[in-house]
Design a protein around this ligand. Structure first.
Ligand code: FES
Ligand code: FES
Length: 158
């Protein structure tokens, strides 16, 4: 049975009629054209679909419409309007961390979730914070270095 589901998406109040079991990943991509979140594994293992829910990193392939009612969701489309995004993106570019780019939105959301809670992470903490995200191209070190640089050079941003 369809239900009206209301939540906030990138700072805007939105609502839609949906099957409460419909996946958040499909809702944001198909109904709201937020295509930065990607379908990789579809099983919560790769982080390609990562978004923020009330500030916490979540895999949108595992969330249903019912689970996000009344919540605050940020996708890369909203986050990319921020200074913090620009800093992270610049550091990822400088370190050659964006190759095919499939994983990049998920890594950026994971980095934001990490840095907003821990603005001065150690390398081990960055690796831990990004451990739910898979990248087939970079070998991870370039991404970790970029996030460490963003933390260091973005002093006061997080
Ligand atoms: S597609 Fe959601 S975690 Fe892989
Ligand atoms: S840059 Fe290709 S999967 Fe990460």
């Amino acid at each position: 049975m369809m239900k009206t589901i209301s939540f906030r998406l990138n700072g805007q109040a939105v609502s839609l009629k949906a099957d409460p079991a419909r996946r958040l990943l499909d809702i944001i991509r198909e109904d709201f054209d937020c295509k930065g979140a990607k379908e990789g594994c579809g099983e919560g293992e790769c982080g390609a679909c990562a978004v923020l829910l009330d500030g916490c990193l979540v895999n949108s392939c595992l969330l249903t419409a019912a689970m996000v009612a009344g919540k605050n969701i940020w996708t890369i489309e909203g986050y990319r309007e921020t200074e913090r995004f620009r800093l992270l993106k610049a550091k990822l570019d400088e370190h050659g961390s964006v190759q095919c780019g499939f994983c990049t939105p998920g890594f950026i959301m994971a980095a934001e979730a990490l840095l907003s809670k821990n603005p001065h992470p150690t390398e081990a903490e960055v690796r831990e914070g990004l451990s739910g995200n898979l990248c087939r191209c970079t070998g991870y070190t370039m991404i970790v270095d970029a996030v460490l640089a963003a933390a260091r050079e973005g002093e006061g941003s997080w």
